[in-house]
Write a protein that binds this ligand. Sequence first.
Ligand code: VG1
Ligand code: CO
Length: 545
Amino acid sequence: MTEVNVINIKNPFQDQKPGTSGLRKSTLRFQEEHYLEIFIQAILNSIKDLHGSTLVVGGDGRYGNISAIKKIIQICVAHQVGKLIIPKNGLLSTPATSHLIRKEGAIGGIILSASHNPGGIEGDFGVKLNISNGGPAPESITSQIYQCSQSLKSYKISKIKTPDLDEVGVFSFGQTSVEIIDGLKDYSNLMESIFDLDQISDFLKKDFSLIFDAMNAVTGPYAKNIFVEKMGLADNCVMNGIPLEDFGGLHPDPNLTYASKLADLLLVQKSYSFGAACDGDGDRNMILGQGCFVNPSDSLAVITANTNCVPGYKGGIAGVARSMPTSSAVDFVASALNIPCFETPTGWKFFGNLLDSNLISICGEESFGTGSNHVREKDGLWAVLYWLQILAVKNCSVSELIQNHWKQYGRNYYSRHDYEAIPSPIANQIFNNLSSFLPSLIGNKFAGNLVKGADNFSYIDPVDQSTSKNQGLRIILEDNSRVILRLSGTGTKGSTLRLYFEKFAGSEQNLHLNPQVALKSLIDDLDHLLNIRKLTKMEKPTVIT
Ligand code: VG1
Ligand code: CO
């Protein structure tokens, strides 16, 4: 028998509120005694039939990853979990975790990541629970975990000597077996089963240059495995390819602000035909062509319109879904394909039921997230391979592909403005102010147009009928232009205000405007209405996408 210790503690979770995905806090907070342990205990309490079951545990390699995995091993041994599957060096991307849970029939997985937030001792750390379908735990489970974490007074742990994670192997502790596995193989096999990698490789070797930015985070080894080892491309097609504990000081969020070096290579120097980046845990993607940025909402539409180019989807797709703030570009494609298009709240967990019930095959969010029914998470490298496959089949450039798309479907001019880390009282004041007079906007003019709808988005899941309220304030105009305002649920400093703007231009209109110009009246009128720049004392948003 392995010895089990029951540790009594003073509960550190009194101030906790559920976030968009799991628990995300400063690394220093996670270093406090018992903090991680209590949350892991709360997670385990939420899992029925834990005894003898299989759990997958891995993370994005940020500071604290290995020590957290070792603590999780000790806690799982104390709870007689049957099997723990852990990747070598503790490195497992979020989509690869989702795949492994499904492939191994695990009861769930624990992902150690604060996703696109910075890492290191001064950065953030996080813990996410995925359930047996491979997807993020739904709200019913996350709220149970949070309630439990607030009331726990003790946790159980076995202070065994944990194995080193740098070699594959199987270890046994009491009733628990710990399997250290190769974390790359299953994922790249999955990609090989969806895409024609030979075709992509031939295309890339024929004068179509690729640069992939792993942002010193988890996707480096996966990208090298696929692009270099499997496709035979040169080693230097992957930049920032070695996972570092602090991501080398980078903020591993693949957008034009934080992946600025890559953006410069593609948009200013025009040194490559194709560029892409993924975030800390590998579920987000940014796609760039030579002199061309692909808006993630457009990317979802292009991916949906071109399923016939990709072997894994040649049989057709059941339907699509997008989060509410994502632009309606994909709606036009769905209507042309005569397939359903669902509108969900922000966060991947809302796609799970739709995917499991085969109501949709492809889904995405404006926040650089796209994915499909191959796993239950958004998948950065999948999206990159998907784009490359379309380009290889059509033998065209990124900008040709996107411009032809707009010519066919029209263009949804779109932009998101983030005001990051502003004082919470200011963010709440702006949000509450708009909520208070939202209904009274209906029938009035906004940006030269009549307001036909204004509400706080709420969603009823079509599969289990669960309701999610308070998912974002939106103003909808007569020409279907939209303005949306949300408070982020993933930030860790102050509050982050997200503003989203969308306006449709039909194929006969000018499709080549800068989105900031095309959306100017919406942007300006929202600022007049809410005084955002003045109240935040910010001249401009922190990030414009
Ligand atoms: C953000 C995005 C949302 C995404 C979430 C998790 O949430 O807007 O679309 O699902 O991050 O992404 P928020 O509440 O900050 O707007 V990640 O890469 O953490 O898995
Ligand atoms: Co992420």
